[in-house]
Design a binder for this molecule. Structure first.
Ligand code: GLC
Length: 435
């Protein structure tokens, strides 16, 4: 399958209806097996997870998701298994990037596979998965924990006034910089200028054709004051800010600020390239902090919030991963028990201390032990709270594809900025009209 063209059940209305019908039949079978009632359809009729069920759970739970670069997924599964004593959890990696994981998960859900009880879901998938009726409704579970969670993380789990997943960790981009070579950047313009000064000062980021490129582009676009959709949901990407950011990124590749190899990088290759010591700056997520600390660069790197656009303000893009229970899980109680464990205030501290990921539990950021292991926790909380969401839509994968394909075409020199902006806007409008 061509991963640059996400095969979404929402690509057109006909396939969407077919997928909804298939889901309805599958859920009806499931419900009739449990003595349930009428055939459900999509989100409206999804079954709800029972918060009390976790207490008496037993058996095995399989959690599926993206490559475990920080070790947090396997680590949490092991810690849970040890602590619980009755339920055994394991983590199954099904994709190197978020896009690949989504393709794998959609295939399983469409095929009504019972392989995975829980999915690690990227914050951008909630509307799509919930609208298909693929997930259990977790409203009661989330309501019970909501007071201690960062509000933006709860929002990422919402679709049609219900919550479809429990927030596990949140995310915001950071700049890692080599303190002995380059300055802490205040603006993107300053970062790019510094990075061009000497060959070993360059900038690495995620520039491959995938979701990560959408994020890298939007981080600059948002701080330059641009947007994809306005509050009314109208397409606003055909703007002077989009042109400015595209030209800036493309010039940066031409003048050597950024290494051209970034056009092949997702998160891990960018991190590994930076670990060679041959670069000044790297844009990546918080988990890289712990990994960099285990390299010879440990004493020479600094970590900073994303810079501002010159004349604008700093703005990030909200990332993060949630725990969603598959509508086809054969151990829903075990899945609830796992969620109960992963979202406790105690485990949320480990999210930061052991994996340098960003907890969803706000109190964790001011905990003394967390601050000791993650000295930038206060800045990280500010970054997370200041980060803006990506467009919220059941057809988000198509919207994102329109962004990263066209941004990539400009960066790789195959399309002009002008053509790319027009195409991006047209493709986003078409994607929105398809649902
Ligand atoms: C990180 C973020 C996720 C984002 C992805 C892009 O995993 O947490 O939200 O979509 O990176 O590559």
């Amino acid at each position: 399958m061509d991963l640059n063209r996400p095969a979404s059940p929402l690509q057109n209305k006909a396939t969407n209806r077919k997928a909804l019908a298939a889901t309805a039949i599958a859920t009806a079978l499931l419900l009739s097996a449990c003595g349930g009632g009428a055939a459900p359809q999509g989100a409206e009729q999804a079954a709800a997870a029972d918060p009390a069920s976790g207490a008496n759970a037993s058996g095995a739970v399989n959690i599926c998701g993206v490559k475990d670069a920080s070790g947090i997924y396997k680590g949490t599964a092991e810690a849970f298994t040890k602590a619980n004593g009755k339920v055994t959890a394991k983590y199954t990696e099904i994709g190197a990037t978020t896009d690949e994981a989504r393709t794998q998960i959609v295939q399983r859900l469409e095929g009504k596979s019972t392989e995975c009880d829980l999915f690690l879901t990227d914050v951008i998938w909630t509307s799509e998965f919930a609208s298909q009726g693929w997930l259990l409704d977790q409203t009661k579970l989330v309501e019970a924990n909501k007071d201690r969670l960062i509000p933006s993380t709860v929002e990422t789990t919402k679709y049609q006034d219900k919550y479809w997943a429990s927030p596990f960790f949140t995310n915001a981009g950071l700049i890692y910089y080599q303190k002995d070579k380059v300055a802490k950047p205040e603006t993107w313009q300053q970062l790019y200028a510094e990075a061009a000064k000497a060959p070993g000062d360059g900038y690495v980021y995620q520039g491959k054709q995938y979701e990560g490129l959408t994020v890298n582009f939007l981080e600059m676009l948002y701080s330059a004051g641009g947007e994809v959709l306005n509050d009314q949901g109208e397409v606003k990407i055909d703007s002077k800010e989009t042109r400015e950011v595209l030209n800036f990124m493309s010039d940066g590749l031409k003048n050597g600020s950024a290494d051209r190899a970034v056009l092949t990088y997702n998160e891990d290759p960018a991190r590994l390239a930076y670990e060679s010591g041959d670069f000044g700056y790297q844009r990546n997520w918080p988990h890289v902090y712990r990994l960099l600390n285990a390299t010879p660069l440990a004493s020479s790197f600094g970590v900073a919030p994303l810079p501002a656009w010159e004349g604008g303000k700093a703005s990030g893009v909200l990332g993060g991963w949630n725990l969603a229970i598959s509508a086809h899980s054969t151990n829903q109680a075990g899945a609830v028990a796992f969620i109960d464990f992963a979202t406790t205030p105690e485990w949320q501290k480990h999210v930061a201390m052991d994996y340098s990921q960003a907890p969803v539990n706000e109190a964790a950021y001011s905990d003394a032990a967390v601050l000791q292991k993650m000295p930038f926790a206060t800045e990280l909380l500010a970054s997370v709270k200041g980060a803006k969401p990506r467009p919220i839509s059941p057809v988000y994968p198509q919207i994102s594809q329109a962004i990263y394909k066209n941004v990539y075409a400009v960066l790789s020199g195959t399309t002009s900025t002008e053509d790319a902006v027009k195409k991006m806007a047209d493709e986003i409008t078409t994607a929105k009209a398809s649902f």
